[in-house]
Write a protein that binds this ligand. Sequence first.
Ligand code: NAP
Length: 495
Amino acid sequence: MVGVGIAVGRRAPQEEGHVQIQNLIDGAWVGASDSSSLRVVNPARDEVIAEVPSVGVAETRSAIDAAWRARVAWASRTAGERGDLLSALAGLMHRDADRLAALMTSEQGKPLAEARGEIAYAASFLSWAAEEGKRLTGDIIPASAPDKRILVLRQPVGVTAIITPWNFPAAMITRKLGPALAAGCTVVIKPSELTPLSALAIGELACEAGIPDGVVNIITGEAGAIGDVLFDDDRVRKLSFTGSTRVGQMLMSKASKNLLRLSLELGGHAPFLVFDDADIGQAVGAAIACKFRNAGQTCICANRFYVQDGVYDEFAARFAEAIENLTVGDGAREGVQVGPLINDAAVEKVESHVADARSHGAKVTVGGKRVHPKGLADRFYAPTLIKGMTPDMVLAREETFGPVAPVARFTEEREAIELANASEYGLAAYFFTRDASRLMRVAEALEYGIVGANDGGPSTAQAPFGGVKHSGFGREGGRYAMDEYSEIKYISWQL
Ligand code: NAP
């Protein structure tokens, strides 16, 4: 275990065994003023792997002070200079990909191959934003008077609070950090208390890349206490939050005090539709990737499957076989495809959803119970297939966030669209068909921010990622992300 107070931050980040456990405020690595700390636990082994500071009001204010002081100089740099620093950070993430992936697996549990994939994905947001910042252009609009000119500028929003979840400990940060920094904002990042090490490691690389002191600040600690300081300080002008709908709603009301700009990336409940004319092999492959990545703990993972009568039996049989072949275990072991759930509460939630489905008459045909890989924690749930899902089951209404695939039949296209849209969430939806007319019709009818048409993996740096309804608002990725971190200023110029 790495203890609070050890000045490990002075060693080179790439040095063997190095883990940064201090907070980053104004370019310095610091602990909590009262020495309080949070334990970071490896979910697969239930072992404490590090302790990080649990900071409070004073440190949160210091982080805001630093971001506030740094903002004018950072915004004054050219977009090219900011882009170069973001590109350097992306390069360092690639250089240290193996180390960062191992760290992520140890605190989050996802298989190493997925963690490596996440590091590359996380770096891609920085690289994209590094270029896109150069295209953050304004307008000159023809005026209505001959002696006037209308100029429209884009300027940085200012100090931005970034609050992120535990399921993608690196990518959820860089998806915000890239466009925020590219647009000229400075940031205070509060990662999930469950996965702070990946965030601190990125902070360390940001320092190595040469990003100036105070531009990126990272603090760890009790979420409510830190949040209250962030929302109370009118120098903070924006909150970019990714997490649950429940917390997002609460933060939205707190953010109203200072009328913060908001980007809210919230929960999902993705439907996955398979039509009679689908390529079943393609649909099964996508269903496995989309459902079981990160043990089902992703906001866009398929949460409910609707399969048309004509292909139901074939899809269910091939899906069952593929699920049975998944390897469950410690994500640190090469070849493991499904790791642990993040904590005991997550396993209990999955169990309660499966028990509810059983009590409503569903049939569990694969899995449906915990598994106990030797020597590991009791946090592994078998990849599960459930047949006979009905709308009254919790599985059909709520985000399960676990490796459970409930399947139901449908007959008509219209019925499938109604089932898919019968949710308060609107993040991602998937469907499989080889009929081009149906493809466009269904894509347009789905009330979701992201639609995977014959595609189970739509996330990528250049595309807009975000939801509608209770999945939140705002878009991350691509040129759209830049709008979230820039204000429009209109200059009316009389000659
Ligand atoms: P969560 O419980 O809502 O927490 C998210 C973040 O908010 C964490 O950093 C948490 O801190 C912090 N937080 C909690 N209460 C707070 C408060 N009062 N003030 C300030 N911050 C507060 O979500 P989670 O369990 O970490 O993540 C899973 C959820 O995220 C799922 O619903 C998933 O769908 C959603 N998600 C959405 C997207 C998307 O792009 N739409 C992507 C990934 C995940 P602590 O962890 O330290 O308590």
